[in-house]
Write a protein that binds this ligand. Sequence first.
Ligand SMILES: [Zn+2]
Ligand SMILES: [Zn+2]
Length: 295
Amino acid sequence: MTPAKSSPLPALIVGAALTLAVSTAYAACDSSGVQLQVLGSGGPGDSMGRASSAYVLWVNGESRLLVDAGSGSKDNFHQSGATMGEIDLVALSHLHPDHSVELPAILWPGGGSFDLAGPSGNDGFPSITRFTELLFGEDGVYEVFQGRVDINVIEVNPSQRSQVWQQDGITVTGMGVPHGDVPTIGYRVEYGDLSIGFSSDQTAADPAFVDFIRGVDTLVIHMAANENAVGVIAELHATPSAWGQMAASAEVGQVVVSHISTSDPGELQTNLAILGEHYDGPVVVSEDMLCIAVK
Ligand SMILES: [Zn+2]
Ligand SMILES: [Zn+2]
């Protein structure tokens, strides 16, 4: 089906000169090629009204992949025109609520038949298999979904790089990323010669991830920390300079800044300026419902 019109909010592009300009380059989700639609551009805590992490990947006009299902993304999912009838893979990066809590709401009341990828667990977090059982199993919290969902779980081991999923020319690979003690998967999606990387929440401290996303056309980064972040925020999230260094080292085609976790627009601009000191390629500041061509 044809994707719905994109956000009325303009995309902001910041270049090496740190100048901001309204762009019309990403006006709408096209019905051909690969389009990234941001359902949630916000992060944990106050995010200036943004929903939290969720993305639809449109391939030739069909909503094939849902990456993350963060808080507030249900309405945006429906507004986007995406349907669970078309979604073949839901890939959760990790089981923090701002990435996973909205999945039952997105599925309700219709349910769906799909593959569900996510990390294996540890002492502090359930595996994606256990998560699915706890929510949708016979004795699960949402037992009401019995008969409404048909979920094939794909458990991704964060300790190794692996192929997660492949269908109709779409290939998804995954690898663990450093996000404290939280099992977290970064995904790389390829279709033909197009590629997109989903960094998820991480500290950008693993050089192997730079190799993993090397040369992608589009890299989604989660800018949840300021340059001077301390404590748990700094332990879990990369600084803007670290993101910039990663994007530059990996020679990515464009960066999409997401997971924006601030109530202060000035703080965001400061972070973008620091990012731009290290990465001189195009940067798209995401907004909920924004469509971005992967090219
Ligand atoms: Zn997060
Ligand atoms: Zn997280």
